[in-house]
Design a protein around this ligand. Structure first.
Ligand code: EPZ
Length: 429
């Protein structure tokens, strides 16, 4: 299995081009199931999760193709995917495929809406908490679906098609919002989703669905109103920049010092995360090209964060912020409110010399001037990258094993960082 080797201590200077958001690309790809015409997605990142989802979609009968190289095109920019669900041949999403990636469970919404039936394995994904699917089931039942659970599969059907419903989510859920939103576009009548997730990736999906002919109002708010239509059509849509990748590299610069342009990044997608990074003594300015992140002075100031649904501080940046706080000049408190088991990076960061105490959902981090290189192990996607950025700021050599987690969500990580002066390489086993 591949490893990543880092020799820490170098400043980061230069430009990093920000990829399309994984967590927007995945639901957008799934939306292709809603129409028999072609959905073209630009700026799709080249990631293992994207490749995995193409397999799942092609199992349902979706044809896909990727544009080849074009004259004058920047090879570092994202790929263009064409997805055509002309005829859905299979409404089962099998365990072997779904267990590798939780987001693939979301196919249940479009399959039910278009085919009136779906058999979808209960999901897998990162081990960051129990992650049930009760909100999905309740929402689809409210829309008239009959749902049974049998041998690890959800069997869902709605013989006359889905019907509009008034759904109030008990807690904000990104996946349940994506799924109910897609399902509602083809339901009969009006669906109201209250306490809906407001994450930029949900809005990106909603904008694409509108381009495909859906009638949605309230985009960007916690109340989405969807008037069902008979059919959706093809469309061309460009995936928004990845705010989690942006925040990760911004924190890497905050840790190592230097100045990096995060090309294509947009402040309005991530204000609370940028505010927290600014509090540590890092300058971040929006330019026409992206976000310029600079830290020139010596000290990293401590700051407290609590993860919240958007527009709050994202849980997907919690591990990276903890790495940053491990090098701060004081004590900080990090509270995880979204997932109950998202602290697996704590013991790995401790191998690098981080001083962190856990008490339930709260981590108290005593900053230190000196992290030191060590052998560490990636446990989930965002935890792994926190180890990478800590390694960049540690003295000596760090090796991160199990890097397949990183390949799920970070495109050309070593390449992007080494172009800015980091000493980082992949060692293929
Ligand atoms: C999405 O996961 C993201 N995944 C996650 O990113 C992200 O951490 C999470 O949203 C929160 O922002 C993708 O977009 C592909 P949720 P999702 O449903 O949709 C509870 C990454 O690293 N809940 O918003 O699965 C749940 O247990 C990944 O890229 C229920 O109780 O998350 C959690 O506590 C990791 N019942 C909370 O809601 C349900 O039926 C929020 O989860 C559904 C969710």
């Amino acid at each position: 299995m591949d490893k990543i080797r880092i020799v820490g201590g170098n400043e980061l200077n230069g430009t990093i081009s920000i990829s399309g958001a994984k967590n927007a690309a995945l639901p957008l790809m799934i939306a292709s199931l809603l129409t028999d015409e072609t959905l073209t997605l630009e700026n799709v990142p080249r990631l293992r999760d994207v490749a995995q989802l193409t397999q799942i979609l092609s199992n349902h009968g979706v044809d896909y193709s990727v544009d080849g190289k074009r004259a004058g095109e920047d090879p570092l920019k994202g790929q263009t995917l064409h997805l055509t669900a002309g005829r859905i041949v299979d409404t089962t999403a099998p365990y072997e495929l779904v267990s590798k990636m939780r987001a693939s469970f979301w196919v249940i919404g479009p399959l039910l809406a278009r085919m009136h039936q779906a058999r979808v394995s209960l999901p897998g994904g990162c081990a960051i908490g129990t992650r049930p699917v009760d909100f999905f089931i309740d929402a689809l039942e409210a829309m008239g679906a009959d749902i049974e659970i049998d041998k690890g599969y959800i069997l869902a059907s709605c013989s006359g098609g889905l019907k509009g419903a008034h759904i109030v989510f008990p807690k904000v859920s990104v996946g349940a919002t994506h799924t109910a939103l897609m399902a509602a576009t083809l339901a009969q009548g009006t669906t109201i989703l209250e306490n809906a997730a407001r994450e930029p990736e949900v809005s990106d999906l909603a904008h694409c669905l509108v381009g495909m002919g859906a009638k949605i109002s309230g985009i960007g708010t916690d109340k989405l109103v969807i008037e069902g239509v008979d059919r959706l059509h093809g469309y061309r849509h460009s995936v928004i920049p990845d705010r989690i990748e942006t925040g990760t590299y911004a924190m890497a610069v905050a840790m190592t010092g230097g100045s990096v342009l995060l090309e294509g990044a947009r402040e309005e997608l991530m204000e609370s995360a940028l505010d927290a990074i600014r509090k540590t003594g890092t300058q971040i300015t929006q330019t026409n090209e992206g976000l310029q992140v600079t830290r020139t002075n010596g000290g990293i100031q401590p700051a407290d964060i609590s993860t919240e649904p958007f527009p709050g501080f994202p849980t997907d940046l919690q591990a990276q912020f903890m790495a940053l706080m491990a090098r701060s000049k004081g004590t900080s408190r990090i509270t995880e409110n979204i997932f109950e088991n998202r602290f697996m990076h704590v013991q790995e960061l401790a191998r690098l010399g981080a001083r962190i105490q856990l008490d339930g959902q709260v981590a108290t981090v005593e900053g230190t001037d000196q992290l030191h290189g060590a052998q560490v192990m990636a446990t989930d996607l965002r935890a792994s990258v926190s180890l990478v950025i800590a390694g960049l700021a540690a003295e000596g050599e760090t090796t991160v094993s199990r890097v397949y987690h990183l390949d799920r969500g970070f495109e050309r990580l070593e390449d992007k960082l080494s172009r800015c002066g980091a000493q980082i390489e992949r060692i293929s086993a």
